[in-house]
Design a protein around this ligand. Structure first.
Ligand code: URA
Length: 255
């Protein structure tokens, strides 16, 4: 398509969109959404609530997640229970469930935030650029997901446009995360970034929390910078390295 833009203007426009958070090209031509017919839901005229909608109101997704999670007696059963859990909107926008990767039963379990585009495509956590950095970080302390690390995320479905997870989404899916940890039986948890700190420790402020051992789900927990943050702020790798050494020292003492 001839846009009339020179190379430098086109590049500047593209960079500006990336800066705003655009991650994918969806169509070749722009869509003027103001010119499209209004398909937004219209307010309903007053009518007696149907039995079905009254029933829907009674549904407590957190309780449903809790009993589904508790019913799972193995990681395979947990994955199956999550596959059929239909109460989280994120599931509808995602390609597939991203359950875990690595070696179940490892001493180290890493908890990231949520799948991104690459993870959504491949069905495994941390396979994109951040995941590749994570692999290099782990290798620096002789850890490898194929042998001695187990990896999952707070959320198993990719949020639209990689937006931050909402507190209600985290709360709804937390019973699955807790059961995941209980079934994987790690010795230590590594929580990467603010979202994971919030979900697991109930605290935010990764810059202050990182590198300090805490306790949750009956396990020692170490918060670390998220590798995606380290890609943006490479000068923070020095602190991340210190945290990795702290983890390594702890593992030396762990049975
Ligand atoms: N970031 C995460 O937190 N998790 C992934 O799986 C990928 C990127």
């Amino acid at each position: 398509m001839e846009s009339g833009l020179d190379y430098y203007s086109a590049r500047a426009l593209l960079e500006w969109q990336i800066e705003l958070g655009a991650t994918e090209a969806i169509g070749d031509a722009p869509v003027d959404r103001y010119a499209l017919p209004d398909t937004s839901p219209k307010p309903k005229t007053a009518e007696a609530p149907s039995a079905a909608s009254a029933k829907l109101k009674d549904v407590d997704p957190v309780a449903i997640a809790g009993s589904a999670a508790q019913g799972a007696k193995s990681l395979d059963q947990l994955r199956a229970a999550m596959e059929v859990f239909d109460h989280c909107e994120l599931k509808r926008g995602a390609r597939q469930l991203v359950f875990a990767d690595g070696t179940p039963g490892s001493r180290v379990m890493i908890i990231g935030e949520a799948p991104g585009r690459d993870e959504d495509r491949e069905g495994k956590p941390f396979v994109g650029r951040a995941g590749q950095l994570l692999d290099r970080m782990l290798a620096a302390i002789d850890l490898d997901r194929r042998e001695n690390v187990y990896i999952t995320n707070v959320l198993p479905w990719r949020p639209p446009q990689n937006r931050d997870p909402k507190p209600e989404e985290i709360g709804m899916l937390k019973p699955f995360l807790e059961r995941h940890v209980a079934l994987a039986k790690p010795k230590v948890l590594v929580v990467m970034g603010n979202i994971s700190c919030q979900a697991v420790l109930g605290k935010r402020g990764i810059t202050r929390l990182r590198g300090n051992w805490d306790q949750a789900m009956d396990l020692p927990v170490i918060p670390m910078f998220h590798p995606a943050y380290l890609l943006r702020q490479p000068q923070m790798k020095r602190q991340a390295w210190a945290d990795l050494l702290e983890l390594k020292a702890r593992l030396r003492g762990a049975t």
